[in-house]
Design a protein around this ligand. Structure first.
Ligand code: ADP
Ligand code: MG
Ligand code: MG
Length: 201
């Protein structure tokens, strides 16, 4: 089980990863997009850090709520999509984070993003990591895995999903405008999802 402190540590680690490595994401978006992804993501996590400092949320659900609000107020296509993703975690996760609750949250969250983005696995977007991560969490919950074990499985699945985007042509987002130029470029949104689950470990 994760309580508020563990959830907060998870999010703080994710914020740190984006601060440290946001340039890698921008470079991917520059090669197959408009090059603002790292900037968009950095402003979202700085807003999240400010929300967390101001609100001092008292439950894991409220921690996710502060993150969701930050993304929903950030520009770029990724802001609202990640905002809706985190919002489902905020709505589903209550006072304690178990692998069962996480599996339900991740499943609702991937469904919300697929609906909003009109995107499916194979379209070379964040969905390509969100769906396998949710599937891995469901399998982990069925095995009765502890939340850390479950999140490690989600991270592995999300990394595999992100890596699978490299050879794809994009069907959604700005990367779809550049055709063959997107081949050989990992989708930065999908990589971010992998970093998010890495941050729990
Ligand atoms: P913009 O294209 O507005 O500059 P960002 O750079 O903020 O958007 O975000 C780009 C990321 O958003 C992509 O890497 C991809 O993961 C994701 N994305 C773009 N369009 C969609 C969509 N329709 N559905 C799901 N994810 C998408
Ligand atoms: Mg962009
Ligand atoms: Mg843009």
């Amino acid at each position: 089980m994760f309580g508020t402190a563990e959830t907060r540590a998870w999010i703080d680690t994710f914020i740190g990863a984006v601060r440290d490595r946001g340039d890698e994401l921008t470079e991917l978006d520059r090669r197959a997009g408009d090059g603002d992804y790292g900037t968009n993501l950095r402003s979202a996590v700085e807003r999240a850090a400010a929300n967390l400092a101001a609100d001092a949320p008292g439950t894991p659900g409220a921690v996710f709520g502060a993150v969701a609000n930050a993304f929903l107020h950030t520009g770029g296509t990724s802001g609202p999509l990640f905002g809706m993703w985190f919002r489902e975690f905020a709505k589903t996760v209550g006072a304690e984070v178990s692998s069962d609750v996480l599996a339900t949250a991740a499943d609702r969250a991937q469904a919300a993003v697929r609906r909003l983005g009109n995107a499916e696995v194979g379209h070379k977007t964040m969905v390509d990591a969100m769906v396998p991560a949710a599937t891995a969490l469901t399998a982990a919950a069925a095995r009765g895995d502890d939340v850390r074990v479950a999140l490690a499985a989600a991270a592995t699945a999300a990394h595999e999903g992100a890596a699978s985007t490299e050879d794809l042509l994009a069907k959604r987002g700005r990367a779809s405008y550049v055709g063959e130029h997107a081949r050989g470029v990992v989708d930065p949104g999908a990589l971010t999802v992998a970093w998010f689950f890495d941050a729990a470990a």
